[in-house]
Design a protein around this ligand. Structure first.
Ligand SMILES: [Fe+2]
Ligand SMILES: [Fe+2]
Length: 279
């Protein structure tokens, strides 16, 4: 089994429809869909309007009809925008993409998908932010209830006997680039903003999540910050061999970068990053 990790495709922004189509065409050329599982770690859409969601479905559906299995975790832009999430928008997203988010499973998180050799567990990192006071800033919050349910899932024998993959939208770690942008690289305002806010831009209950999954998960996938870095050194401190930030596959916020996605061999933990030329 190989995982294809997509994230933060932000359909509705710029020419991301064309960019996404190029990515999906590249994926369709990889070979037999039965050997792969596509995991999208959220912010599929740039905005949570019904029109944008329909555009995204029109991109994904033809691939699914050809036999490609796609799993999807909700991002803050799917349920609102960069600074807040909204319960009505979140509900619309879950309805519109129900077949990708829940498949045939009960419509609740964590959602478990079992294959012959893998147990894939999807989380909703917007779930505990939907109350009026919590929804602002869209930093991500799983909530105690979801983490308790995750804890119970990870104890199940049918999960423990497989490779366990957890996928979630929000970033569980504080720091991104070990070498931060210099003042001259980004401009003084951007530099000051990033420098002063970076330490807050992390899943609010990341500590509880990592306590729960430490030594019990083989692969942890997430997105949100668009850094696209390999966080395995951080994840290995929690006994998780492979931890990857999916970046923005359509490179929304990093216009000079190429489109990219990762293909991960679950058995070996090895992965390759495939680059796709701009259309
Ligand atoms: Fe994003
Ligand atoms: Fe996000």
């Amino acid at each position: 089994m190989k995982l294809i990790h997509l994230s933060d495709t932000h359909i509705g922004h710029g020419n991301n429809v064309q960019r996404m189509q190029s990515l999906l065409d590249d994926i369709a050329g990889l070979g037999n869909p039965a050997e792969y599982l596509i995991v999208h770690t959220g912010d599929l859409n740039d905005n949570s309007s019904a029109d944008t969601m329909q555009q995204s479905r029109a991109l994904l559906d033809p691939l699914a009809e050809k036999g490609w299995r796609i799993l999807l975790a909700p991002g803050n832009h799917d349920c609102g925008d960069a600074l807040h999430v909204d319960p009505a928008r979140g509900a619309l997203f879950k309805d519109t993409f129900s077949s990708y988010i829940f498949g045939r499973q009960p419509k609740q998180f964590p959602v478990l998908t079992l294959t012959d050799d893998c147990a894939l567990i999807g989380l909703d990192s917007n779930e505990a932010e939907m109350g009026f006071w919590e929804r602002w800033m869209a930093e991500g919050n799983l909530g105690d209830k979801q983490i308790a349910a995750l804890n119970a899932l990870l104890d199940r024998p049918d999960v423990r006997q497989r490779k366990v993959i957890v996928y979630v939208h929000h970033h569980p770690f504080f720091d991104a680039f070990a070498v931060r942008a210099d003042v001259g690289d980004k401009g003084i305002l951007s530099h000051l903003f990033n420098w002063n806010t970076r330490r807050f831009r992390r899943l609010k209950d990341a500590y509880s999540l990592m306590q729960c999954i430490r030594d019990r998960v083989d692969i942890l996938l997430f997105g949100h910050q668009h850094f696209g870095l390999d966080y395995s050194a951080e994840g290995q401190r929690y006994g998780i061999p492979l931890t990857l930030d999916g970046s923005s596959s359509t490179a929304t916020q990093m216009d000079t970068d190429r489109m990219r996605y990762r293909v991960i061999d679950v058995a070996t933990g090895r992965f390759e990053t495939r680059f796709v030329a701009l259309p």
